[in-house]
Design a protein around this ligand. Structure first.
Ligand code: AMP
Length: 616
């Protein structure tokens, strides 16, 4: 039964496209034949990819978690995408979570918004990943989606998604599109070819450890060096000071995209000898640009690399599409313009292109665009192959050489078969060891799986042949089979849960953990005060956090210092903020009057909270 065009949107299980980003995540779905951004928590289109374990032992994802990064670094986790596929856990409070579980919390929060907008019930999802993600990383993302309660329909590359959003808007004129995606934590560049209604990624390159976060850290060092020079104390050694500087750095970086210089004024970064240490300085855009130039140069090298892989010259690129928040930096746009001698397209919001494109892919899958005729293919981001003996004419080869069956950048889905022969006399079987990577020796590549094909007829070396077939699909799932040519006996393995979901049991354990910790909706709108975001924790390491002066005199001095800073700040504030500041000043004054250490401590704590809230 073929669904009619109109029934398509109504009768299918809803499919959403999700951009699970390092810094922010976003989602979109098809509405009236067009991709539409989903309204997420707090009415925003982007949700910070940050997770907080609050003091009630419940997980909160999004803006509230991001706001707690400075005050509660030990209870929050950001940029988890960088660790996807790694077999590690992150401690948060008294709990430990895997990268998949942490990502599942973000996706669960998105699912809550999806359910609100599209109704309760099962939802399918297309989730995007950087083109350079390995099989294990893709599987980790798939698992995170499943843990969040989505049926994960497909994992697609981010540049492909962006190009899809682009391609759909531009009709199907033939062209080469370059997608330059510089986000919070990853950089990808891809050449997408749109030809005769077929959209194909010709080549991808990138670095999954390069992005806006790195720019922030370079600025953190710049700011911290100033503090060291001025006050002789390094704020990076204070866990909260470091987090505060990081937050400040991101703000400065963003402002520098629109201003040629930024005045930095932070009254409290850390504490030295019981007195707050702040920073006042000015940074010019040129200074920031010189900090990030080596990293931008690296992206330029990747541009050359990807063009070479696709067999194109810069002049062959018809359109340049910018994706990712970091492409808002004017220097990035200049780099592209001078490299290609052409302006990049700006009609797609770089923050939204990936989610919109993922929704387009979801729409293609659901049949919502049955008359669109767009066909999508992709490329294998890595070579995949097996361990063999190295070829050494006249000699027995060395074991452990890598032989690629699907070379990097092969258009997928793809099936390739290669024939191999036995290497010793009366060899009863062959071990198929599967690897991913670009190196000559398997020890330098990435091990995926292995299996044994037994029962080969006993024959002299080289006389028994085995066909090894690799099938790689658009979800990044690899099936490998080995077949004895003489007997037809066959063994195969599917590498989809590659390195992590070692057992269903482990998956269900994680699922139970994620379900139990995720905060139920009724508490969602609880105020910061109720969530107790900024109160010191039982297991809070006070030594790493703010040093507390213990004598009454010191506390009064600290309270006075805060009063002075807030009184100065009143000059720049009005309305509600002015009231909040006055309340804190009065509280500090009353506490100093009362001369009670506990009351003073509480007043100072509230001053710090407000300073953090106002991003002073
Ligand atoms: P994404 O991963 O695409 O959400 O990109 C997030 C990154 O973009 C973060 O590192 C942000 O700090 C950065 N970003 C967002 N807006 C701007 C801006 N106006 N100027 C510079 N960087 C930005």
């Amino acid at each position: 039964m073929t669904p009619t065009k109109n029934s398509a949107e109504n009768s299918f299980r809803p499919i959403v496209g999700i951009d699970l980003g390092t810094t922010n995540s976003a989602a979109a779905y098809i509405h009236k034949q067009k991709p539409k951004m989903l309204t997420l928590k707090n009415g925003e289109r982007l949700m910070p990819s940050v997770v907080l374990l609050n003091q009630n032992g419940q997980i909160i994802a999004g803006e509230e978690a991001r706001n707690a990064l400075v005050a509660m670094p030990e209870r929050t986790k950001a940029a988890v995408k960088r660790s996807m596929g790694e077999k590690i856990t992150f401690s948060m409070g008294d709990q430990a979570y895997t990268p998949e579980e942490l990502s599942a919390f973000i996706l669960k929060e998105i699912k809550r918004s999806v359910d609100k907008e599209l109704g309760e019930g099962d939802k399918e999802a297309v989730i995007t990943v950087p083109a350079y993600f390995t099989n294990a990383q893709r599987q980790a993302v798939k698992k995170a989606g499943e843990l969040a309660g989505f049926v994960v329909e497909r994992i697609i590359n981010e540049p492909t998604a962006a190009a899809l959003a682009y391609g759909l808007q531009q009709g199907d004129e033939d062209k080469h599109i370059l997608v330059y995606d510089l986000g919070g934590g990853t950089f990808d560049v891809s050449i997408v070819e749109l030809m005769g209604g077929i959209m194909e990624v010709k080549a991808s390159a990138g670095n999954n450890q390069l992005g806006g976060e790195d720019f922030d850290w370079l600025l953190v060092d710049w700011l911290a060096d100033k503090v060291v020079a001025e006050h002789g104390t390094d704020p990076r050694e204070d866990i909260r000071g470091k987090a505060r500087l990081k937050e400040e750095a991101e703000k400065i970086k963003k402002d520098l995209s629109f201003q040629s210089s930024v005045d930095v004024s932070v009254p409290v970064i850390t504490v030295k000898n019981n007195a707050p240490v702040g920073l006042d300085c000015t940074i010019q855009r040129e200074e920031f640009v010189s900090l990030i130039t080596p990293l931008l140069d690296e992206t330029k090298e990747k541009l050359s690399h990807v063009l070479e892989d696709a067999g194109l010259a810069p002049g062959d690129v018809d359109e340049i599409l910018l994706v990712g928040g970091s492409t808002k930096i004017p220097q990035v746009q200049q780099l592209i313009t001078s490299f290609f001698n052409k302006q990049p397209k700006t009609d797609i919001n770089p923050d939204e292109a990936v989610a919109l494109g993922a929704a387009v892919q979801a729409g293609i899958k659901s049949g919502a665009f049955s008359d669109n005729g767009l066909i999508v293919t992709d490329v294998a981001p890595f070579s995949m192959g097996i361990a063999v003996l190295s070829a050494q004419p006249g000699n027995v080869g060395k074991p452990g050489a890598f032989h690629a069956i699907i070379p990097r950048n092969t258009t997928i889905p793809v099936t390739r078969t290669e024939r191999y022969t036995t290497t010793s006399h009366n060899q009863p079987g062959v071990e198929i060891e599967i690897y991913q990577g670009e190196n000559k020796w398997v020890k330098d590549n990435y091990f995926l799986n292995e299996f044994l094909l037994e029962g080969l007829p006993l024959k002299p070396a080289g006389e028994e042949a085995v066909d090894v077939t690799f099938r790689y699909n658009l979800n990044g799932i690899l099936e490998v089979s080995a077949k004895s040519v003489s007997t037809g006996a066959e063994m195969s393995v599917t590498i989809e849960d590659a390195l992590d979901r070692s057992s269903e049991e482990a998956f269900y354990d994680s699922l139970a953990k994620v379900e139990a910790a995720f905060q139920p909706e009724e508490h969602e709108d609880a105020s910061d005060e109720e969530l107790n975001l900024f109160t010191p924790l039982e297991n809070d390491n006070q030594e790493e956090g703010r040093e507390r002066p213990d004598s009454l005199q010191d506390l009064i001095k600290e309270a006075d210092e805060w009063k002075r800073r807030f009184t100065k700040e009143l000059e720049n504030r009005d309305g509600e903020t002015e009231k909040q500041i006055n309340a804190v000043i009065n509280r500090l004054a009353a506490a100093a009057e009362e001369k009670n250490t506990e009351v003073l401590n509480e007043a100072i704590e509230s001053a710090i909270d407000l300073a953090v809230d106002l991003e002073l």
